[in-house]
Design a protein around this ligand. Structure first.
Ligand code: UN1
Length: 503
């Protein structure tokens, strides 16, 4: 069976009709072979505006449904995802090129956030605050915010949508989703799965709670500029964030930005090297280096450099690259030709700057339009470009250090600030790394790689990563508006701060 045929069968099982997959000019290709698997019709700006209007109408009803009842819809969504995990996971593998366990892992991440959000639907807590006035009570209330715009990237095409959507729904919001042009099919599948949850939920789920905008930057711009969208959560490159952030600021809309990462690890003298090796291999080569949390820079102490780097090189030379649908390879394809060319350009620059490259060449898959690369390990004499920039491909730059403070300084000396890790059994080093003058990233780990975060924590980073937080902890607060309420139940009207104003 061709991949195109399998794709349309999977989609039909998930509830997307074959008619939706043809007749348009948005060509969807699988990176696995490069072949076309769909040609979707794109939405016009006017259609996008209409969809946002429909979501806003749905929001006005949904905000009045009690939180725990809203949680029931997300519980059903989680059930549907459990029931369709295999099909959706496979579709992620086809559309992104992820190996099967990572395709399934992404759906598991969706299930996990649904579970989290169901619990949250009964815990949208506000504070009761001590008031300085007698006969008064002060509290805060969290209310639904409005239509939440979600802009997602190709590399986690469904999990990132679910982080935002599960929270937005229990918070009483509607969602308008602009998926990456590279991965619209998994978005259509999610919309069909969601529609089934809505159907089971019953009539108090208003029509139009989720809208999907299929198209390019033009429809994304309608979403970003629309006055009825008070929050846009956007995941993608720092370049995209630079375009989106100021437009949102201009109309005082909220932004949750999750942008580039240039994540680093430090391997200290006391590190468990076997553990570090495995964590580094997954962090740097997993998902073919196409996670925003991928490990891209490694600082290794001079006393262990010759023990771990040769082993790492061996792992790079022997790692299996190949078709994720037909083999048990650990590294699948890059998303497209541009990604492969970006990788080659960075490797050339690194070599020119004195880097010694292991791997990095094209893996011949037998498909001229598919771009597989052998992951590259580059020993660099120092941290200069291209090490300081994120290249969305499996390149790990390794640098030797002798002094912990210098390593920490270099660790933080890049634009992005998403994820970081240290491998050590020395308490002082680990605590320093986690401390106020340690890692400057939104995620800082000890004896764990940079990627593969659980949904329970807030996900996001500082500096050019954009500062947004999605997923767990109290990230939900961005999806609601807070009202501070002061209630006077006395017969007097005392003014705060001792002010008198007697008329
Ligand atoms: C992303 O690459 O945009 O921590 C998200 C991780 C995953 C999410 C990555 N849980 O690697």
């Amino acid at each position: 069976m061709t991949i195109a045929k399998e794709t349309s069968e999977l989609l039909s099982k998930l509830g997307v009709s074959g008619d939706a997959l043809g007749g348009g000019d948005l060509i969807v290709r699988t990176p696995v072979t490069g072949e076309q698997i769909a040609a979707l019709k794109q939405m016009s700006g006017a259609q996008a505006g209409k969809a946002i209007g429909a979501a806003h109408a749905a929001f006005q009803k949904w905000r009045l449904v009690p939180g725990p009842r809203r949680g029931e819809l997300v519980r059903l969504l989680g059930e549907e995802l459990r029931a369709h995990k295999a099909e959706l996971g496979r579709l992620v593998s086809i559309e992104v090129g992820k190996i099967p366990s990572e395709g399934l892992g992404e759906v598991q991440e969706m299930i996990d956030i649904c579970d989290f959000a169901v619990g949250l639907s009964r815990q949208l807590y506000g504070l009761t605050i001590a008031t300085e006035r007698p006969g008064h009570r002060m509290m805060e209330t969290w209310h639904p915010l409005g239509v939440v715009g979600v802009i997602s990237a190709f590399n986690f095409p469904v999990a990132v949508w679910s982080w935002n959507t599960a929270l937005a729904l229990v918070c009483g919001d509607a969602v308008v989703w602009k998926p990456s042009e590279k991965t619209p099919l998994t978005a259509l599948a999610c919309a069909a799965i969601f529609a089934r949850a809505v159907e089971r939920f019953g009539s108090d789920a208003p029509e139009g709670l989720l809208q999907v905008l299929i198209g390019g930057p033009a429809v994304g711009e309608v979403l970003v500029d629309h006055p009825k969208v008070p929050l846009v959560s956007a995941t993608g490159s720092t370049r995209m964030g630079r375009a989106v952030g100021p437009r949102l600021a201009k109309r005082f809309a909220r932004a949750v930005l999750e942008l580039g990462g240039n994540n680093a690890g430090i391997v200290c003298p006391t590190a468990d090297l076997d553990m570090a090796l495995r964590a580094i291999a997954f962090g740097a080569m997993g998902t073919a280096g196409q996670r925003c949390t991928t490990l891209r820079r490694l600082f290794v102490h001079e006393s262990v450099y010759d023990q771990i780097v040769p082993r790492l090189k061996k792992a790079y030379e022997s790692v299996s690259v190949g078709n994720p649908l037909e083999s048990s390879a650990l590294v699948g394809p890059l998303v497209d030709k541009a990604a492969f060319e970006g990788m080659q350009k960075a490797l050339k620059e690194a070599e020119a700057a004195g880097g010694k490259v292991t791997g990095g060449g094209r893996f011949e898959s037998g498909h001229a339009e598919a771009y597989y690369a052998h992951p590259a390990l580059v020993e660099m004499p120092k941290q200069v470009a291209p090490v300081t920039e994120e290249t969305f491909a499996p390149i790990l730059y390794v640098m030797k250090y002798s002094d912990f403070d210098t390593a920490l300084e270099l660790h933080n000396a890049v634009g992005a600030g998403l994820s970081s890790s240290i491998f050590t059994r020395d308490l002082q080093e680990s605590e320093r790394f986690l401390g106020a003058d340690g890692s400057d990233c939104g995620i800082a780990n000890v004896n764990i790689g940079t990627s593969g975060a659980e949904i329970g924590g807030a996900f996001g980073g500082e500096k050019e990563t954009g500062g947004g937080r999605e997923s767990g902890s109290d990230a939900w607060k961005a999806y609601m508006r807070r009202a501070t309420n002061t209630i006077n139940y006395s017969a007097a009207l005392p003014l705060a701060q001792g002010v008198s104003f007697d008329i």
